[in-house]
Design a protein around this ligand. Structure first.
Ligand SMILES: Nc1ncnc2c1ncn2[C@@H]1O[C@H](COP(=O)(O)OP(=O)(O)O)[C@@H](O)[C@H]1O
Ligand SMILES: Nc1ccn([C@H]2C[C@H](O)[C@@H](COP(=O)(O)OP(=O)(O)O)O2)c(=O)n1
Length: 671
């Protein structure tokens, strides 16, 4: 996950490959609650690991459910429709799929509960659900504002004889909540009447489908009223299905469907394949496929997978502007708003009023951020009209606010295919954790940028100047990859010594360097399966590396390996010749120094902490000797690149140095 302040996505050029989707949020949280209410154990496979499911799992544990987790499988010990814990305070984060149904279930089961969430949750309406539950005799108080969480639940006197009325035109989650809770008290037939037109009907279909899997057969009238009246038959009882598989998230699929529709194919690939969701999906957002086809996407579907490619010029590319009622795909339709940037005219998305009460006011958010990219946007109470920038030169870039809304973040990542080849900056990228924590990793795995567009920050300098520490911290703050090029020379020398090859044998060491089975995992370095991190980082290891690094053959042998680290979304590389030889086109080069005395003191501290005994004077002599060798060798000597910025960190902390580098970096960016 990218836990950074912002993520800069370089201009993307092509896409291709296979994406396995995480489990559906809507199905995951419904299944967890149904399993908790059932008798017996339920094994849930392919469960989504995300903020919202974590909220539900924590709440269920607090209510006394047993939960065993192993990877994406969870075994839930059901409560059998009874409360073992009659008093609890539950935190619901910003998870509507946990807040609404738990409120209904706990209110009907009786007990004393407080349910609260993040500030945005306290702005998301729940009054219609509370009104419906009060008709049933549930005792519910608002702790803060009337009509909104947080809520206090107390035991009430249930009255189940009259039909219950619930509004259907604000959020379908209110009806879902009642449908999932009422089987707990169905000693007689219970009728629910929906007042107003039911929105987001596909989500009710998911609920009815899953209820069936757990033994509850909700009855509906035939004909015109079929979505206005629901009856829970007397004697309904939750039964665990034993095992259940969660489908891939159809709303998450929309980003990759859009990707396939807008990106040219990567070499050797002619489509994006999505696994885990397909034509047999029970999720309403699978109908995003139809909308994407209307815009020109070429999509083949199988029961459990999709294959998408871009239309040929004039036949689906550029995309076709559409005018669509999006009531049936409320979440996935946001993706259409970004696809509209690549369309041949004005796209109108209608009947999307529910966007205003989601994680953020999504109509306002999308309108504001699309305009930052140069689109012309008209925003209505329940619609959006989007006209893309007229020509390449009209595209703009700016930091995109994501409003703590996972879908805004995922949508705008697709703007990186803009024809002006501008990078896109997303603020607070970790908000995708709500439903798809590894979204950006998945995106970068199936997209390509032109190499020159993938930024590299070079940090070169003498030994113990703090290059490694500075480069690693900078990479972490930017969400970039990190290359410790010195480690490659160290491992080459280590592997040569182990193979009995003399360090003076240039051809011999180069042969080993060319086929070096080196792997980096965090700050650990592996040679094949062996962790050699400590073995290579001795002073002797540094001296040996310095020796082999003077052979031109060895340097040439390691070049391709170093270039291979230049991957999306960017790289910070440290060494001696990153800016001069390996990445001469890097947009930012730092030459890091500190006085020999400071460097010797730092290395001394480092060695002492590892239990090695030596003196500062000795270290200073060694490092000056190594600097002299590295600076005087004929190939790729250590020296600042002509366009490098000099940073003397003798009196700076590692954090202060990183602040300086990121400050310089910001100055090179177009935001
Ligand atoms: N700016 C700094 N101020 C103080 N100590 C530092 C600074 N930068 C690095 N160090 C410390 O100096 C030692 C050497 O740093 P390192 O990053 O390994 O240098 P290099 O990669 O240049 O050899 C480490 O123990 C590190 O914590
Ligand atoms: N890009 C590089 C990186 C390291 N080297 C050589 C020269 C250095 O003395 C050794 C060891 O490098 P390393 O960066 O690990 O050494 P320090 O941590 O700075 O002591 O490798 C190089 O020639 N070119």
């Amino acid at each position: 996950m990218f836990d950074t302040e912002f993520l800069d996505i370089p201009p993307l050029a092509r896409a291709g490959g296979t994406v396995r989707l995480p489990g559906s949020k809507s199905i995951s949280n419904r299944v967890l609650l149904l399993a908790a209410l059932s008798e017996g154990e339920t094994t849930v496979h392919d469960l989504l690991a995300s903020d919202d499911t974590a909220v539900m799992l924590t709440a269920l544990k607090r209510l006394g459910c047993s939960v065993r987790q192993d990877g994406d499988t969870a075994v839930i010990g059901g409560l059998g429709g009874r409360l073992v814990q009659r008093k609890a305070t539950l935190f619901m984060g910003n998870a509507g799929t946990a807040m609404r149904p738990l409120t209904a279930a706990l209110a009907l089961l009786g007990g004393e509960f407080e349910l609260s969430g993040v500030p945005r949750m306290h702005e998301r309406p729940i009054g219609d659900l509370v009104d419906a539950l009060r008709q049933l005799g549930c005792a519910i108080d608002y702790i803060g504002n009337e009509g909104f969480p947080p809520l206090r639940l107390r035991p009430g006197q249930l009255k189940l004889d009259a039909p219950i009325q619930v509004r259907g035109d604000v959020s379908s989650q209110f009806l879902t909540a009642l449908l999932m809770a009422l089987p707990l008290v169905a000693s007689r037939d219970i009728q629910i009447d929906v007042v107003g037109e039911l929105i987001s009907r596909p989500y009710i279909e998911i609920t009815l489908n899953l209820l069936k899997r757990f033994g509850i057969h909700v009855q509906r009238p035939a004909g015109a009223d079929s979505w206005q009246r629901f009856t829970i038959p007397a004697g309904s009882r939750y039964q665990s299905p034993g095992e259940i598989h969660v489908e891939g998230d159809a709303s998450s699929a929309s980003y990759f469907i859009a990707l396939g529709a807008i990106a040219e194919s990567a070499a050797g690939q002619n489509s994006i394949e999505i696994l885990g969701v397909g034509a047999d999906s029970i999720q309403g957002d699978i109908r995003f496929v139809e909308a994407a086809r209307l815009m020109g996407a070429q999509i083949d579907s199988s029961p459990n997978s999709l294959r998408i490619s871009r239309g040929k010029p004039g036949q689906g590319w550029p995309l076709k502007a559409i005018d669509l009622d999006c009531n049936h795909i409320p979440d996935a339709a946001m993706t259409l708003a970004v696809m509209a940037l690549y369309a041949d005219g004005t796209t109108t998305l209608r009947n999307i009023a529910s966007w205003r009460v989601k994680e953020t006011d999504r109509i306002a958010a999308m309108a504001c951020e699309l305009q930052k990219l140069g689109a012309t946007v008209e925003e209505g109470a329940d619609y959006l009209k989007i006209t893309p920038p007229a020509q390449r030169a009209d595209w703009k870039t700016a930091p995109i606010h994501t409003y703590d809304d996972h879908r805004v973040a995922m949508c705008f990542s697709l703007a990186a295919f803009n024809p002006a080849q501008l990078p896109v900056r997303l603020l607070d990228p970790k908000c995708v954790a709500k439903t798809f924590p590894d979204y950006f990793e998945a995106l970068f795995a199936v997209t390509e940028a032109d190499t020159a567009c993938i930024p590299v920050i070079c940090v070169d300098g003498p030994t113990a100047s703090g290059k490694g520490s500075l480069a690693a911290l900078t990479a972490q703050r930017l969400g970039y990859h990190f290359l410790d090029s010195g480690a490659l020379y160290r491992v080459s020398a280590f592997a040569a010594t182990r193979a009995g090859v003399s360090l003076d044998d240039a051809a011999g060491v180069a042969r080993i360097a060319r086929a070096l089975p080196v792997q980096f995992e965090g700050d650990r370095v592996f040679l094949a399966d062996e962790d050699v991190s400590e073995a290579i980082r001795t002073e002797a290891g540094g001296m040996a590396a310095s020796k082999v690094s003077a052979h031109p053959e060895v340097r040439a042998a390691l070049l391709a390996l170093q270039h291979g680290f230049r991957q999306l979304p960017g790289l910070v590389a440290d060494g001696r010749d990153m800016g001069t030889i390996v990445f001469p086109d890097a947009p930012l080069k730092i030459y890091l120094t500190a006085s020999a005395r400071h460097r010797a003191e730092r290395r001394h501290k480092q060695l002492i902490s590892k239990g090695n005994s030596t003196t500062i004077v000795r270290i200073q002599q060694d490092l000056e000797a190594r600097d002299a060798r590295d600076m005087s060798r004929p190939v790729a000597p250590l020296k600042p690149a002509d366009d490098a910025r000099l940073l003397d960190n003798s009196d700076l902390s590692i954090e202060e140095s990183a602040d300086q580098v990121i400050g310089w970096w910001q100055g090179t960016r177009p935001f």
